[in-house]
Write a new protein. Structure first.
Length: 157
């Protein structure tokens, strides 16, 4: 990694763990029943939450009976040094087959709200999606690169 790109992130306090089970279920997201795909029996899926620097470990259990592989894409979450955990079949990984469990592990390196979703076929439009929240801290570092001279500035919210 280039020196100008390196930012020290704090070691997290926790290793947060989640289990997400993907399966079919009849859902009514707009008031009309449809065959959907859900996370842990619910639509939308459960919240995933972590603090800055925490390691997030998610076990995704593919219980789909429709012969679909799957992967979870962590939308907008920086995968610095863990790009293979990004959850895009055919780009960063292969999908997991029905009956298999796939483990994703990465660090929470930025602030804000984001979401996760199935990244195979029409899975997220059929219901495989959920929210990601955090991290929560008052101080953080922004990296700026101007005219080839990088500098960092500590910012307070």
């Amino acid at each position: 990694m280039p020196a100008w790109l390196h930012i020290d992130f704090p070691e997290g306090i926790d290793k947060v763990q989640y289990d997400l089970t993907l399966e079919e279920k009849v859902i009514s997201p707009d008031g009309y029943k449809m065959n959907g795909t859900v996370v842990n029996g619910q639509y939308p899926g459960p919240l995933i939450e972590a603090n800055w620097g925490d390691t997030i470990r998610v076990r995704v259990h593919n219980k789909l009976k429709n012969h679909n592989g799957t992967a979870i894409h962590w939308h907008g979450i920086r995968m610095l040094e863990t790009v293979w955990q990004d959850g895009v079949p055919g780009v960063t990984q292969c999908p997991s087959a029905p009956g298999e469990t796939q483990v994703f592990e990465f660090r929470a390196m930025q602030y804000g709200t984001s979401w996760y979703h199935g990244h195979f076929s029409l899975q997220y439009t059929n219901g495989i999606l959920g929210r990601c929240l955090g991290p929560y801290r008052k101080d953080f570092y922004l990296l700026f690169r101007t005219y080839g001279n990088p500098w960092t500035q500590q910012c307070q919210l």
